[in-house]
Ligand binder design. Structure first.
Ligand code: PEP
Length: 251
């Protein structure tokens, strides 16, 4: 089964425009002429344009870290999908666990954003993942099922085919605790199984990324799993020296 390999860097609330330009330039130089994996950089809004200009002659893609579902209007502090698109983004992360935990996003808001992102032609990276408490209480499967089915509710197969999924166990994000390749693979294949009912054909081509303390020394083993199609990388995406070996591990 050929699925697109993707390595996405989530820069979170880091980088000034100058720092973003420098980091994106270093990554762009490395990726030049290389089409696999697809490399996506997701800077904070204020650094999107700097990062975009740094990679303009390369294959590197730019993504937003979130968006609002309305196109424009009196929504102080929000940014729309069209704004991301016209600033040079082609991807957008939706439902990151930090958005869910710190900004009270729900599967319903993620679903609404997902529809809006697809409407404007952005490629959404939809994040799901259980907390440590949920895993320890034996609730992982239920939580993943609710998130996956809730986020993709009402999405037509042709639109589903344009989406990317990221499994990010919350207990592995920024903690240095990576899910073992076997633990991650188990959830990735479960996610594929859950979506097979509605999207039998499309799910075989859908990239499911793993996220949670991906580092140069664990990336290759994770990406070698049959249902892991790349990574969503936080901390290690902030330095070219650690992000480039992760890209290489997916090449
Ligand atoms: C993330 O924020 O999506 C993430 C996976 O972070 P880290 O790689 O730092 O765990």
């Amino acid at each position: 089964m050929t699925r697109k390999k993707i390595i996405a860097g989530n820069w979170k609330m880091h980088t000034s425009p100058e720092e973003a330009f420098e980091l994106a330039s270093a990554i762009g130089r490395h990726v030049m002429g290389q089409t696999t994996p697809v490399v996506v950089l997701c800077p904070p809004y204020t650094s999107i344009s700097a990062a975009k200009s740094a990679v303009k002659n390369t294959e590197v893609k730019i993504g937003g870290q979130d968006m609002y579902w309305k196109e424009s209007g009196a929504y102080t502090g929000e940014v729309s999908g069209r704004m991301l698109l016209t600033s040079g983004c082609s991807y957008v992360i939706l439902g990151h666990s930090e958005r869910r935990q710190l900004f009270y996003e729900t599967n319903i808001t993620v679903n609404t954003k997902l529809k809006a992102a697809l409407d404007v032609g952005l490629t959404p990276i939809v994040c799901v993942g259980e907390t440590l408490e949920e895993r320890e209480a034996g609730l992982m499967e239920n939580v993943i099922r609710e998130q996956v089915l809730g986020c993709f509710e009402g999405i037509q197969p042709a639109d589903f085919a344009k989406t990317v999924i990221a499994y990010e166990p919350v207990w592995a994000i920024g903690t240095g605790k990576t899910a073992t390749p076997a633990q991650a693979e188990e959830v990735h294949s479960r996610i594929r199984e859950l979506l097979r009912n509605n999207y039998a054909e499309q799910i075989e081509h859908t990239s499911i990324l793993y996220g949670g303390s991906v580092k140069p020394d664990n990336a290759a083993e994770l990406f070698a799993q049959p249902n892991i199609d790349g990574g969503l990388v936080g901390g290690a995406s902030l330095k070219a020296d650690s992000f480039i070996p992760i890209i290489a591990a997916a090449s």
